[in-house]
Design a protein around this ligand. Structure first.
Ligand code: ATP
Ligand code: MG
Length: 486
């Protein structure tokens, strides 16, 4: 959309209710003799564009220093966990379980939209399976016993046994089998869900990186042949690569162990990080990289190019792909009619992404010790606007911030709902700037001294580059027009 003309700009200004109410001494008894009015935000809320106010957000008003606290709980801690607790993004409930507070949910929802785009871009269809899984299903695949203590097990009132789903190969394969015979023309079928998973981890730690209840995207694919399944496998891996590149995460894809999920071919998508719990061996001459678990003990030479010594690094496993073959489709009888009209067993793959782990992992590797940096697309809000302190000599321009907030949403539809106003005008700009810095808004816009110039200019701090710029309204719109959202 075009930049608002000055004419339109002044019309927008006229319609706007006052959020900051700088002209009145208090809301209830106005010096000008106005009757008590609904609170300023009520009038904002009646508009189609709701403007989030920092004072109203459900987040701590004072960012705490919680490094000490998480130590006293005796749990191992790390940067992302400290930052997320400090910013009130998460709140501990019991070991490995957290409340996700509203800003975190915004971020998770963005990640979910991104994953949906990539999965649906390769033909994925989203479904949603029950978390309560019957023990019978898991006994048929032999995993009821194999999973041991990792399964959260429970009984219903009739004594029937269940587990809370840690993964859903059994469920999805039985679902497919129960749908009657498929035709080869209906394959490949790519089914996925993004749901809470439950695992009684022996050592839940590092906040959202290793929880006992967490979000995972799990996709299950069904193909007509091994060759077709490999093709599907490759297309999911490419979608993963696109996803991580859109997030700006430097992922290493390594050969992996197939674990108790079974199958023949497997890769992990690892995010290199000091606190990573996986050890990786990476060749710097060729493309070879593997999880140490898959290698001969003590092997240091690259088995692929035989030219280089492998370098060891640590990684956070954010995704895992498996070619499963017929391990589950055979047990549950997930078959299809092939082109000769003969029944055949489907070839399966399964593909996990740790949704909450990706979020925490990104914060872990991108942030500074004292300030969160988000992948741009996942920041809960893109822009924070700071009006001057109440009663300062800048009072005359105080209204510009709220006007700007609403105008941005109108002029740049992609920023609708992405702009917050730090209306805590009893606090100095400096103090609010510090909070904004620690919370990691990609763009902070201050209405300060230069806003009193004939053509008002705003101080714009871009967190990604650390740059500060002074831009007039059009300049600001031009800058923010480039912001990518999902
Ligand atoms: P790990 O080796 O870290 O325990 P896993 O290999 O058991 O993980 P998968 O079964 O491959 O995990 O699950 C798919 C994805 O789910 C993982 O790649 C990871 O990103 C995520 N994930 C697994 N366990 C957890 C957990 N406890 N907390 C958060 N995310 C997890
Ligand atoms: Mg794994």
């Amino acid at each position: 959309m075009e930049v608002l003309s000055h004419h339109l700009w002044s019309r927008v200004l006229c319609r706007l209710p006052r959020v900051l109410n700088t002209s009145c001494k208090s809301h209830s008894s106005c010096a000008a003799g106005h009757a008590p009015k609904p609170t300023p935000t009520d009038s904002i809320n009646r508009q189609s564009t709701y403007l989030p106010l920092v004072s109203r957000l459900f987040q701590p008003s004072n960012l705490r220093d919680v490094a000490q606290e998480s130590h006293t709980q005796g749990e191992m801690t790390c940067k992302s966990q400290r930052l997320m607790l400090q910013a009130g993004l998460i709140h501990p409930s019991n070991p490995g379980c957290y409340y996700y507070l509203p800003a975190t949910v915004r971020s998770i929802e963005k990640l979910v939209r991104l994953i949906d785009q990539e999965m649906q871009g390769i033909g994925g269809q989203k479904l949603d399976m029950p978390s309560l899984c019957s023990a019978d299903l898991w006994r048929r695949s032999n995993r009821w016993d194999l999973m041991g203590k990792e399964l959260f097990r429970l009984r219903d009132r009739h004594g029937a046994e269940y587990c809370l789903g840690p993964t859903h190969e059994e469920a999805v394969t039985e679902l497919l089998a129960s749908h009657g015979i498929l035709s080869y023309r209906q394959l490949p079928l790519l089914l996925y869900q993004i749901t809470r998973k439950f695992r009684d981890e022996p050592k839940p730690r590092f906040g959202l990186l290793r929880g006992r209840e967490f979000y995972m995207k799990d996709m299950y694919t069904f193909d007509v042949s091994e060759e077709a399944a490999y093709h599907t496998y490759e297309s999911v891996c490419q979608a993963y690569a696109r996803l991580f590149s859109r997030l700006g995460l430097p992922i290493v894809k390594v050969q992996a162990d197939t674990g108790n999920i079974g199958g023949k071919l497997s890769h992990e998508f690892q995010l290199p990080a000091e606190i990573g719990e996986d050890r990786l061996l990476v060749c710097d001459s060729c493309s070879f990289s593997a999880n140490v678990e898959t290698m001969e003990p003590g092997q240091t030479d690259c088995p692929q190019c035989q030219q280089s010594t492998l370098v060891e690094t640590k990684g956070i496993e954010v995704g895992h792909t498996f070619y499963l073959g017929t391990k589950y489709s055979h047990v549950f009888n997930a078959t299809f009619n092939n082109s000769l009209n003969k029944p055949a067993v489907t070839e399966m793959g399964c593909f996990g992404l740790g949704v909450t782990r990706i979020l925490a992992g990104a914060i872990e590797v991108m942030s500074k010790e004292e300030a969160i940096h988000w992948p741009g697309l996942l920041a809960p809000y893109q822009v924070c606007l700071l009006p001057p302190k109440k009663g300062s000599k800048l009072d005359e321009v105080a209204g510009l911030a709220e006007e700007l907030a609403l105008t941005l949403g109108e002029a740049l539809p992609r920023l609708k709902g992405e702009v917050v106003l730090d209306d805590r005008i009893q606090m100095t700009i400096g103090k609010r700037l510090k909070d904004a810095y620690r919370l990691g808004y990609p763009y902070v816009v201050v209405v300060g001294q230069k806003a009193t110039e004939e053509t008002p200019r705003f101080e714009v701090i871009c967190q990604q580059t650390g740059e500060t710029m002074f831009l007039n309204r059009d300049g600001l719109l031009d800058l923010l027009r480039c912001v990518d959202t999902v």
